[in-house]
Design a protein around this ligand. Structure first.
Ligand SMILES: NC(=O)c1ccc[n+]([C@@H]2O[C@H](COP(=O)([O-])OP(=O)(O)OC[C@H]3O[C@@H](n4cnc5c(N)ncnc54)[C@H](OP(=O)(O)O)[C@@H]3O)[C@@H](O)[C@H]2O)c1
Length: 277
């Protein structure tokens, strides 16, 4: 199989490239393929004739998306539709990576794949638009909603933002299985279980053997410059029916920390990822 990975130099793009190593992979970074340049995206897809495009390119800085909603809509909402149309022309399938932030966070229990969406911030609205455009342009699609696990670099963490943090390597392996199924549709591929940011921060410290108190805060006290869904854990029903399910978040976190230590030892101190989604 030949696959193009857009946003190929991002965190998930790199993990997917590794997980699909047995296939022929072309993984252009932003500087090589700007997905908002419709002509360039179309040209690349029609020239390379891939079987699949894994669309990882996105503007993931949620705070910046809030400040510049039009740009967020162009990158995250419109470009996936252009890529999907190019896939349709070229006879390729597409996997679009979406977000738990397409939901409003009011349900109070994990969201099923067909639950009503209703994004409450600009990033979520733009990712949701991307979903609509992909569904409209191409029948042969997978839409995979996720929420990456990223440390915030703070000893103050919120109690009222609950989700299923997911290690991108686990997600990439699940994507590698999913693309073999041709079971087109919408999937929630997150590590299982859910926790607040506070529980997540405490688990990191526990697993690292650090005795550091984390101060609980609410989203309001934290002063986030935009609304975030309060409870956006995702239920993986469709993936589970295909025997594609991710392990519990705490097990993944433990491996993630060990992997991070090895990376740090090799490359020096880590950079903080801030609000990137
Ligand atoms: N991280 C999360 O918590 C999270 C949650 C839900 C969904 N997702 C989704 O998961 C996917 C992968 O995200 P990630 O975590 O790997 O984030 P990431 O590390 O920020 O990767 C996104 C990549 O897209 C590239 N990009 C941005 N604008 C582009 C454009 N116009 N054309 C081509 N490439 C462009 C970025 O390049 P530059 O940095 O050079 O601009 C970056 O390499 C995205 O669709 C994201 O929306 C992520």
């Amino acid at each position: 199989m030949r696959a193009i990975i857009t946003g190929g130099k991002g965190q998930l793009g790199r993990a997917v490239e590794e997980a699909l190593a047995k296939h022929e992979i072309i993984a252009p970074g932003h500087e090589t393929l700007d997905v908002t340049d419709g002509a360039a995206a179309q040209r690349l897809i029609s020239e390379l004739r891939p079987d699949l495009v894994v669309h990882c390119a996105a503007w993931t800085d949620t705070a910046a998306c809030e400040r510049e909603p039009q740009r967020a809509m162009v990158v995250n909402g419109e470009a996936p539709g252009i890529v999907a149309a190019a896939c349709h022309e070229a006879g390729a399938a597409m996997l679009y990576v979406s977000s738990n932030e397409v939901f409003d966070g009011e349900k109070g229990s994990p969201y099923d794949e067909d639950d009503a969406t209703g994004a409450i911030n600009e990033y979520g609205r733009s990712k949701l638009e991307g979903e609509h455009r992909v569904r409209d342009a191409l029948a042969e699609h997978y839409i995979v909603r996720m929420r990456a696990a990223r440390e915030q670099g703070s000893l103050r963490a919120v109690t009222d933002e609950i989700a299923s943090p997911t290690w991108t390597f686990d997600l990439a392996e699940a994507i590698a299985k999913l693309i073999d199924t041709q079971a087109w549709g919408t999937y929630h591929l997150t590590n299982s279980g859910y926790c607040s940011r506070l529980e997540w921060a405490r688990a990191i410290l526990d697993l690292s053997g650090l005795q550091v108190p984390v101060e609980p805060a609410t989203l309001a006290e934290f002063g986030a410059p935009y609304r975030k869904p309060a409870f956006s854990a995702l239920a993986n029903n469709n993936g589970a029916r295909l025997a594609i399910a991710l392990r519990p978040w705490r097990d993944a976190l433990s491996d993630h920390l060990r992997w991070g230590e090895a990376q740090q030892a090799a490359a020096g101190p880590p950079s903080q990822s801030g609000n990137r989604k």
